[in-house]
Design a protein around this ligand. Sequence first.
Ligand code: ADP
Ligand code: DP6
Length: 331
Amino acid sequence: MTDAARDLISKAMVDAGDPVEFAAYAPSNIALSKYWGKRDRSRNLPLNSSLSISLAEWGSHTEVAPSESGIDQVSLNGEVLDMGTAFASKALKFADLFRAGRAQPLKITTRNTIPTAAGLASSASGFAALTRALCGSFSLSLSEAEMSLIARLGSGSATRSIWHGFVRWDKGRAEDGSDSFATPLDVTWPDFRIAIIPVDVGPKSHSSRDGMNHTVDTSPLFAAWPDQAEADCDFIEAMVREQNFTALGQRAEANALAMHATMQAARPAITYLTQDSWAILERLWAARKNGLEAYATMDAGANVKLIFEAQSQDDVTTLFPEAQVIVPFAG
Ligand code: ADP
Ligand code: DP6
């Protein structure tokens, strides 16, 4: 059966030159309406659409170059990785989609300005930056929508990291995945803020992929998720377009908690949130009763992210002095 993303790469590679040195950057992103569950695991197609905000300078810097030593090399944050690591093998497997058996040894050098595998979406920025760098290195002239389609094969959330700002990944319907890629929203919201409240920035115990597959396979609550998540995504997109912060924040927080509820009902349960994550949520909810306009969202990790507007920034950083504030529309 055909796979649109793989076909696109094969066709583009017919005219490709030998790889040259090419560097790219992609921001990480936080979903305000989450992707959780695949309808097709081999093509990495989602059961529901999702919508995110990109994290400006928090992301991945990746360079792809021909390897002078004649063998593949992958380094992360200044350290050359053992080729047996999952990180190196996943990056090279992705590069193989482009090389398709050709003897083109590559040097992949990447640096994350976010913690790796901690629920801060390094897979999103990592595969988006790698897609951009590989397309550049092989001199492929592909559109950003096509790069988003290809990045999906590395990680679903990477579809959205091709752009800054608000981005929607439409789940698509086609069996070959040809309509499952992301699109940026033409919305600029200079006062929009994100804060990361670090709880645990070490690697998590289950990857997002394993967590979502296990939830789909075993959670009796999952049946309710795809339709609800689709409705949440449409509503959140409308609220982003209207710049209705309260309605957006309430729905985004509810969407994240519903996703975590599906995992807690999995058998055995998965809980990425720790007591510290819940303590942050309790503190936020108490402050909200006293008028603070900020909402939380959590992914496959213990860290909590807050969204708020510029006028609430001092209150947020007073309540959470450890908060790292991101300005997504700074430049
Ligand atoms: P996270 O919450 O950080 O996305 P995941 O476990 O979902 O955690 O994904 C982490 C995986 O993403 C890594 O093991 C690696 O395979 C991939 N990844 C992270 N950063 C990069 C990068 N800069 N380049 C290529 N792949 C990356
Ligand atoms: C909870 O994109 O990491 O962050 O497609 O299997 O690589 P794979 O999963 P991934 O999952 C992200 C899950 C999430 C929600 C989201 O970012 O939409």
